[in-house]
Design a protein around this ligand. Structure first.
Ligand code: ZN
Length: 549
């Protein structure tokens, strides 16, 4: 049960629509309906019925003071203290950070160097928060974590699938042993992924749950991206990602009722969405496909005909998207990308307009004025239409064509295959992109609450692994200088306590780890609330004296 969506009414992308119309599925059910439905679903991580001995509410700030520092007294360290005695840690505890950073100086930069990676995983990677996020409980390991697949890309490019770990500490130790250049997160299975070959029936091993994910990659914009190509990006084309996040995030929240949507920079030229709501994690592949279909509007390849074909009156999702995208169309598309200045771009624009007489008049005007910028050409359309250059002009049709063009140049282009199957693996947040060295940091854990995090995110200023290691080093030598009463490398933790700073707290990674932590706390809070409500419901249904809360 859970999320009810009609099977996609959209025709398969391989067969173009007959009538130039594509139907969007109906609006999804109300949030209350989803929540009621979700209660009948078995919980993967919480089926043992044991009562947690942790009072979850006490772990979280009731006033949602989200900027609080991480609680250093929690059971799991986010990164190891330098004096860690773990045998896997010999390298990290003996190698000076500067040496590691120097090993990847520009020119010979090799971010996946095992020494760099060991430093990164042992000192900077937020294992504790990653564990809590995937485990859906702050401390006690659940099947949500232990039956979860991890897949590692090793430094020799070998690819190790179906790895799994009973605890966060064992995951961390194995990562320090294998030193992968990156790793991916897969689904929670019905059994431990390591046992998959020993199970008698092959059907006993199947994916049970996974966050719903979305992938935006700027290469999908190459036919309309004029500023950069291939792996290159700049602030101008990053606007495509910003627009996509705003449109998709709004749809996921307002149309589907999802609350826990984290957007993560992919490290080079895109972004990933991770939806951690319980109802999303438990969606089957059919529902994922329908959700992806709902959001897919720009279709077809880079070449050829009209790529946006939407029904009128516009679906509310599209009306809302248009309002979000309109201001970006003027600045990010017409001004920055200037896609209609070239003859080819202008011809493309003309091919999308409906009235032959108007098109002929525009072509004549533009032929006479080479290099007329896109914003002027766009304004020419209405200006010339108003002069009565065409006796047969259908102004409604013209405005609709302009809306379709706006959508073609701004609407999110999602790699929907990534979203359709639970089994699909996606790169973990906070790993290092091997090509750029940049850490895959969260852009936002709540775009609705913090739209500025989306609008002001600058992929080109995201720290690289070598910069971060140098910052840890610099911090040690310079001291924090902020509070003379506290020893170098320590921080006040309550009125009368000090604690040792974690290494990531000494770097530009701090704001991103804290962003992740705030997001995960919200997920855990929802999970605890959901479990309490289910327990209460069970108590009522069974007539038992089981009202434990
Ligand atoms: Zn660019």
């Amino acid at each position: 049960m859970g999320l009810k969506m009609p099977h996609s009414e959209s025709p398969p992308s391989s067969s173009p629509p007959q009538d130039n119309d594509v139907s969007l599925p109906d609006a999804p059910p109300l949030k209350a309906e989803q929540e009621a439905d979700s209660q009948s679903t078995t919980t993967n991580g919480q089926t043992d019925g044991t009562k947690s001995n942790v009072n979850l509410d006490n772990l979280f700030d009731v006033d949602s003071s989200d900027e609080d520092a991480l609680n250093s007294s929690a059971a799991l360290p986010t990164s190891s203290p330098p004096q860690s005695s773990s045998s896997n840690n010999n390298l990290s505890s003996s190698l000076p950070l500067q040496a590691a950073a120097a090993a990847a100086l520009p020119g010979t930069a090799k971010y996946t160097d095992p020494q760099i990676m060991t430093q990164f995983y042992s000192r900077l990677f937020p294992f504790r928060t990653l564990f809590q996020w995937l485990n859906h409980h702050p401390v006690k390991p659940s099947p949500s974590f232990s039956n979860r697949e991890f897949a590692f890309t090793l430094s020799n490019d070998a690819y190790l699938r179906y790895q799994s770990y009973p605890t966060a500490d064992l995951l961390r130790k194995d990562i320090l042993r294998l030193v992968p250049s990156r790793f991916e997160i897969g689904p929670v299975y019905t059994a431990n992924p390591r046992d998959r070959k020993t199970l008698r029936k092959s059907t006993a091993f199947r994916p049970l749950a996974k966050e719903v994910v979305f992938d935006i990659d700027l290469t999908d914009y190459d036919d309309i991206r004029t500023c950069c190509d291939k792996a290159n990006i700049c602030h101008k084309c990053w606007n495509f990602v910003t627009m996509s996040i705003k449109v998709v995030d709004a749809a996921l929240r307002e149309d589907f009722g999802f609350e826990h949507i984290m957007w993560v920079y992919s490290g080079r030229r895109g972004a990933h969405a991770w939806i951690s709501d319980k109802v999303a994690r438990e969606m089957d592949d059919e529902k994922r496909k329908a959700l992806a279909g709902y959001l897919e509007v720009v279709k077809g390849g880079a070449q050829g005909g009209k790529r946006v074909n939407v029904k009128r009156p516009l679906h509310p999702h599209l009306s809302r998207s248009l309002e979000v995208l309109k201001p970006y169309f003027q600045s990010a598309i017409l001004d920055d990308q200037n896609p209609f200045e070239s003859e080819k771009g202008a011809e493309r624009l003309l091919s999308l307009l409906p009235d032959p007489a108007l098109v002929a008049a525009l072509r004549k005007k533009w032929d006479a004025a080479p290099n007329r910028p896109s914003a002027r050409k766009w304004a020419d359309i209405d200006a010339l239409a108003a002069t009565g250059v065409s006796k047969t002009l259908d102004t409604k049709k013209l405005q609709e064509a302009k809306q379709d063009i706006l959508l073609e140049y701004t609407y999110p282009r999602l790699d929907v295959e990534v979203s359709k199957k639970r089994i699909h693996l996606l790169k973990s947040p906070f790993v290092v992109h091997p090509g750029t060295g940049r850490v895959c940091v969260p852009i936002t854990g709540n775009a609705a609450l913090n739209p500025r995090e989306v609008e002001s995110f600058d992929p080109l200023s995201v720290p690289t692994v070598t910069e971060l290691l140098a910052q840890v080093d610099a911090y040690k030598s310079e001291g924090n200088g902020a509070d003379v009463d506290i020893m170098d490398g320590f921080v006040a933790d309550g009125p009368s306590r000090v604690r040792k700073l974690l290494d990531w707290e000494k770097t530009d990674l701090k704001e991103y780890v804290e962003r992740f932590d705030v997001f995960v706390k919200r997920v855990l809070r929802s999970e605890a609330r959901g479990k309490r409500e289910r327990d209460e419901e069970d108590g009522v249904v069974n007539g038992a004296d089981g009202m434990e809360f």
